[in-house]
Design a protein around this ligand. Structure first.
Ligand code: FAD
Length: 426
């Protein structure tokens, strides 16, 4: 095994399904804690897919624990520390500065999902983690002592615990919930893109967005918001446009969008926005439907040998800006709880403690996605012109200035005792 900081072997074996940020973080953190890990991923090749993704200070701190990752990310991530708000016609409203929170809470990481994912994947590989690509898990099972998975080739693998980190269309949910959990359309979708800025630089209307290095701007309209980030010293740009949508296609990060559909949504808007849309390469535009799922009653299977983590347990709206961060916190906290399990026999208790530590925090943060969307989409503009800062993103210390690993170790014993007490009273 590669020579990285690692606790002595715990004797606990872990199978993780899905190599997104939840699965990769869980794999790296389990490896750090001395658990033995197999990571199964359906894709035959992990390509640098996606566009903009954000990690708050609560998760960007994890990159620092993984030797070399922060250094890889530094040249890739968005550098400005302020955000300019405009109304849909292009009238400037307010600038929100993040400089103070960067100074006190540390840096955020905003960048290309695929590039950041590749950096984390390289670290996982360098650690020598057993990552098996092209393994499509189709079934989960467990008994009191072991949990297991079956792949579409019929291979069966077992371990002390299985973590289902397969994203929004998780099959692990069926074992955990005992039924199929059907997503419903949320009524919203996001047009998304990322592309080089050469053409924007030549155009008078869009030049200012990219000519002075990184910048971050947002236009807010009725039931629509349009956010633009210039990255890599203004050489690349990403924009996302969240709007009403009643389509019923499945959520997919690669479903093509149409420029004319976006232009219809921003009809009558600031000419800067319209020009930016017109200059977007059509083959780089995607249309991501946001689906809604009721909060799950539990993240843990009946015998507590299988846990759902990341989007499989709790998909987030993009307006929470916490989906990837909470996926990472899940993995970090689970690895720490397993560290306190004292060996394979203690796994179910550790998994239940993990769920209790995570459940309330995750659901409280999930709700902020709706609050922010409503704050922007249903804005009372008379009130905003009197108090422009009411448009600012709420930056809450309990979410962002938070060390999930330290918190898990600090609370583990108290939560375990509480669960014991509840069991005795039941
Ligand atoms: C291709 C892709 C592009 C994305 N682009 C963006 C983006 O641009 N911006 C953004 O904010 N978020 C994006 N996301 C979502 C974002 O990464 C997640 O919302 C968040 O990071 C939580 O991650 P997760 O690990 O829980 O889920 P995911 O990131 O969805 O990862 C789940 C992983 O599990 C694998 N998997 C699924 N089913 C199985 C199975 N049966 N067997 C084995 N493996 C399986 C998937 O291939 C995937 O690698 C993207 C996700 C994906 C998969």
């Amino acid at each position: 095994m590669a020579d990285f900081e690692r606790l002595p072997p715990s004797g606990i074996s872990v199978i993780i399904v899905g190599a997104g940020f939840a699965g990769l973080t869980a794999a790296i953190e389990c490896d750090r804690k001395g658990h033995s890990v197999i990571l199964l991923e359906k894709a035959a090749e992990l390509q640098p897919l996606g566009d903009i993704i954000s990690f708050g200070q609560n998760s960007s701190r994890f990159f620092d624990k993984w030797a070399g990752v922060r250094e890889e990310l530094n040249p890739l991530v968005h550098k400005s520390d302020s955000f300019n708000f405009y109304d849909w016609t292009g009238r400037f409203v307010t600038t929100q500065s993040f400089a103070e929170e960067h100074r006190v809470w540390g840096p955020r990481v905003n960048g290309h999902r695929g590039e950041i994912h590749q950096a984390v994947l390289r670290h996982a590989r360098a650690r020598g983690i057993d990552i098996r690509l092209g393994c499509n898990v189709v079934n989960y099972f467990e008994d009191a002592d072991r949990a297991g998975v079956e792949t579409d080739t019929g291979e069966r693998l077992t371990a002390d615990v299985v973590l289902a980190a397969e994203g929004v269309r998780s099959r692990g949910r069926k074992l955990v919930l005992g039924f199929e959990d059907k997503p419903q359309p949320s009524g919203y979708a996001v047009f998304r893109t990322w592309f080089p800025t050469d053409e924007l630089l030549k155009n008078e209307k869009t030049r200012h967005l990219v000519a002075n290095g990184d910048s971050h701007n947002g236009w807010i309209g009725k039931d629509v918001h349009f956010l633009v980030a210039a990255i890599k010293d203004g050489k690349e740009i990403s924009w996302v446009c969240t709007h009403r949508d009643n389509g019923s296609i499945e959520e997919s990060w690669q479903f093509p969008g149409k420029i004319e559909d976006v232009l219809r949504v921003v009809d009558g808007w600031d000419p800067v926005v319209q020009e930016l849309v017109r200059l977007t390469p059509p083959d780089r535009l995607f249309d991501y439907k946001l689906v809604f799922r009721d909060p799950l009653p539990t993240f843990v299977s009946p015998k507590a040998r299988t846990a759902l983590i990341g989007d499989a347990a709790h998909p987030f709206l993009p307006t929470s800006i916490q989906g990837a961060s909470q996926a990472m916190e899940d993995g970090v906290v689970l690895a720490a709880c397993l560290d306190r399990a004292g060996g394979p026999a203690g796994v179910p208790e550790a998994v239940r403690v993990w769920e209790r530590i995570r459940y309330e925090r995750v659901h409280k943060i999930q709700k902020t996605g709706v609050t922010t969307r409503e704050q922007w989409h249903k804005a009372d503009w008379d009130a905003i012109w009197k108090d422009p800062q009411s448009l600012h993103l709420k930056r809450e210390e309990w979410i962002l200035n938070f060390d999930a690993e330290a918190d898990a170790y600090a609370r583990y014993d108290a939560v375990r005792e509480q669960l014991e007490k509840e069991r005795a009273q039941a």
